[in-house]
Design a protein around this ligand. Sequence first.
Ligand SMILES: C[S@@+](CC[C@H](N)C(=O)[O-])C[C@H]1O[C@@H](n2cnc3c(N)ncnc32)[C@H](O)[C@@H]1O
Length: 295
Amino acid sequence: MADDQSPEPPWTILKILRWTTNYFDDRGIDSARLDAELLLAEVLNLERIELYTQFNRPLVEDELAAFRALIKRRANREPTAYIIGHRHFWEFELKVDSRVLIPRPDTETLIRATLERLDEDSAERLVDIGTGSGAIALTLASERSQLQIAATDDSGDALDVATANAQALSLEERISFFKGDLLDALPDEWLPLDFIISNPPYIAESEREDLQPEVRDFEPADALFAGADGLDVIRRLVADARGALRPGGQLLFEIGYQQGEAVADLLATYDYDEIELLKDYGDRDRVAAARKPDD
Ligand SMILES: C[S@@+](CC[C@H](N)C(=O)[O-])C[C@H]1O[C@@H](n2cnc3c(N)ncnc32)[C@H](O)[C@@H]1O
């Protein structure tokens, strides 16, 4: 909303939403209208739906100035979730910032698959490896009240965000957080585990330049990339989980949609049973699941 391009005042909610949507569209932003609404709702301290009931409300100069600053950041391809500081996931509004990956709807596939394997009153012992914002651990804690949950990350910054989210949702008593590399983070008393769940980094270095600028330039590289073929972390996770699971325990983790075959082969190499590839909403391989054989 450069001053020289501004139409005559007053700027109403509807007028500014239309202008911003066009501006974002022109800059190649996919979700132009949605982003305009989320940013404006943040500035006006309204729910998105409330914008629709106040289309003719004029904005005052302070509101315009605050909105202009957010438009500038978004036009620079900073993700909307980082600008407004939160992201809707499952039934929550999670705090997010540049220290953590923005949780994706794809990850609900992993959560649903895990919930299907857990009884309502399951008191099993589960770890979420690479918890980031805490999205997976927090959702499982809210859905299964007896589940014993640990959540790990090798990023202390990410754990700070996850802990803040747990407190905001009053779930901090339900989850034990540990910092460290994959399963090494867990104290011995958590072993053996019934479930190991993870959304690990799985993007190949070679794909870096093909990513949207929002991802490539703003999200933490350690949350995204895992070596030449994207499987460096998954290889170690599959190997280490074999030792950390109890006989009959289950491993479920998110994968890239082109990694299904390689991951199924890897799980077979480590003699897991019941190897399955589960599909996301777009019908693409998104989750690998397997069971450690009974003794
Ligand atoms: C793809 S993000 C997933 C974040 C969150 N679980 C979600 O689904 O939105 C991967 C996370 O794993 C963490 N991570 C990467 N390598 C790790 C390692 N070797 N050990 C523990 N955590 C790791 C990153 O810091 C990041 O938070």
